[in-house]
Design a protein around this ligand. Structure first.
Ligand SMILES: Cc1cc2nc3c(=O)[nH]c(=O)nc-3n(C[C@H](O)[C@H](O)[C@H](O)COP(=O)(O)OP(=O)(O)OC[C@H]3O[C@@H](n4cnc5c(N)ncnc54)[C@H](O)[C@@H]3O)c2cc1C
Length: 441
């Protein structure tokens, strides 16, 4: 091995860019290899004429002081503090999200309300701390009625998996403080009540979420190799020796950090890993996302940051309107909406031709009376093949076996959402990147 430290970062999504930023700051030589022509991974901002939109409803959660400070220092006045409410659209009813007591009292039936109070009082008398799967967590923490109305359908649609088989970690910070007791406290304390969930106010860059990564790239462009898909990882004696970029170029490597999807990384190892690892990896599934973007000849579609659709008859889970995050995302008298359709790569809706896909989404919006056909100016669609790792309740032992196997490579580290098969957010990736880079210094 060459003794001079050189870091080879595989993948230019948020994790790869954060690693590059901290490596540069710590005077560590590095090269980043990104398969596509743009950095940002699943957090890109796309410009289409006068409109801008992100590849999914992204926002910077203000959950890590140091990370927020870093991004503020880079974007300066281009980082906006946004406070926009969200909504749940359920059987033609629009319910505020995070749930609000008065809204729930108005929108739900007397029977449902009685059940919710009864179940939540019972849960408080017999609180449970550990849960085997998401359904158990949702029922025990929020009561069956509240969970069935707002959590179970939505979660099953998002992950494409029964709530009985989903890991409790899929709830992330989304559900914190959504308990009935929190609703009551919030009603009494008003703005003094500090909530821990991820809805409400957040930071957002003036020109789209992807500009965080584009801005961090400034000054380190020469170390970033775009259009450089990693095709093979050659190893010997517990060291990664070489990586193959594209079909022809092979380079020797020193220290490697992979942010590539875990199953892909394992599959391109040469020589291949033991059979038991290949077998585990086969069971790892990623959820894909197909996004439909509609450009509208109206000033505003809604006032919401996001609108959630738990009803399984509706093919999408969420609509977001970029303009409600920053007015610079669309012209003054026009807007656009981004509609997220979670699916599997083998689902018909993922592979159907664009016209059919647009027709399917638009007809749902027209049927629900959420949009008029005459308001649509144009449309676009994007496919995101590795949107989320599907965390099933039996995943932890499998991940730890794979990580144990990868730990034998002395010059390899793994970081990133799909690389570690973790349900993490951008601020977590910056935090982890900083820690990892400090280990090399
Ligand atoms: C719809 C949606 C909404 C989200 N909302 C939020 C939010 O509001 N806030 C938040 O903090 N997080 C959010 N997230 C999560 C966030 O997008 C991820 O945490 C983040 O993108 C993970 O970054 P990453 O670098 O680990 O992986 P990725 O973003 O997947 O990046 C991986 C990179 O590796 C590249 N790559 C893949 N294969 C190769 C190869 N063979 N060779 C070279 N390069 C390769 C890819 O092109 C990509 O650029 C959301 C995610 C989705 C899908």
């Amino acid at each position: 091995m060459n003794n001079k430290l050189e870091l080879y970062i595989l993948g230019g999504g948020p994790a790869g860019v954060a690693l590059s930023y901290y490596a540069h700051k710590n005077n560590i030589d590095f090269k980043l290899f990104e398969a596509t022509s743009q950095i940002g991974g699943n957090c890109r901002t796309i410009t289409d004429g006068d409109f801008k939109y992100d590849t999914g409803a992204h926002r910077l959660h203000d959950k890590d002081e140091k990370v927020t400070k870093l991004i503020k220092s880079v974007l300066k006045e281009d980082l906006l503090k946004v406070s926009a409410p969200s909504q749940i659209y359920l059987y033609s009813k629009k319910i505020s999200f995070p749930l609000q007591l008065n809204n729930i009292l108005n929108e739900l039936s007397w029977n449902d309300l009685k059940q919710i109070v009864f179940e939540n009082t019972f849960n408080r008398i017999k609180p449970q701390k550990t849960f085997d799967n998401f359904r158990e967590l949702a029922y025990k923490r929020y009561g069956k009625t509240l969970a069935d109305l707002f959590l179970i359908n939505y979660t099953e649609k998002l992950w494409g998996t029964s709530a009985d088989l989903l890991n409790v970690r899929v709830s992330g910070d989304r559900l914190k403080n959504l308990k009935l007791s929190s609703l009551i406290k919030k009603n009494i304390l008003g703005s003094k009540y500090k909530s821990k969930h991820l809805e409400g106010s957040f930071y957002y860059p003036k020109h789209g979420f992807g500009t965080i990564f584009e801005s961090l790239k400034n000054g380190i462009e020469k170390n970033i190799c775009l259009n450089s898909p990693i095709k093979k990882i050659c190893h010997k004696n517990n060291f990664i020796k070489e990586i193959r970029i594209g079909d022809k170029k092979t380079i020797k490597v020193n220290q490697v950090v992979s942010t590539l999807p875990l199953n892909y990384f394992i599959k391109i190892l040469d020589p291949p890993p033991p059979e038991y690892i290949l077998k585990i990896i086969k069971s790892f599934k990623f959820r894909s996302l197909r996004i439909c973007v509609l450009f509208l000849n109206i000033k505003s579609f809604s006032k919401n940051a996001s609108i959630y659709f738990p009803d399984k008859k509706i093919p999408f889970t969420r609509i977001y309107e970029p303009k409600n995050r920053s007015k610079y995302m669309a012209p003054t008298n026009k807007t656009c909406i981004v509609i997220e359709v979670p699916c599997d790569k083998k689902d018909q809706i993922y592979s159907m031709n664009e016209n059919k896909f647009f027709k399917r989404i638009k007809s749902t919006l027209f049927d629900q009376k959420l949009l008029n056909p005459s308001d649509i100016l144009d449309q676009s669609s994007i496919k995101i093949p590795y949107a989320y790792p599907i965390l099933t309740s039996d995943i932890d032992n499998k991940i730890s076996s794979v990580m144990k196997y990868l730990a034998v490579f002395k010059n390899l580290k793994i970081l990133g959402r799909n690389a570690k098969f973790e349900y993490v957010h951008v601020h977590n990736l910056f935090f982890d990147s900083n820690i990892l880079i400090n280990k090399y210094t």
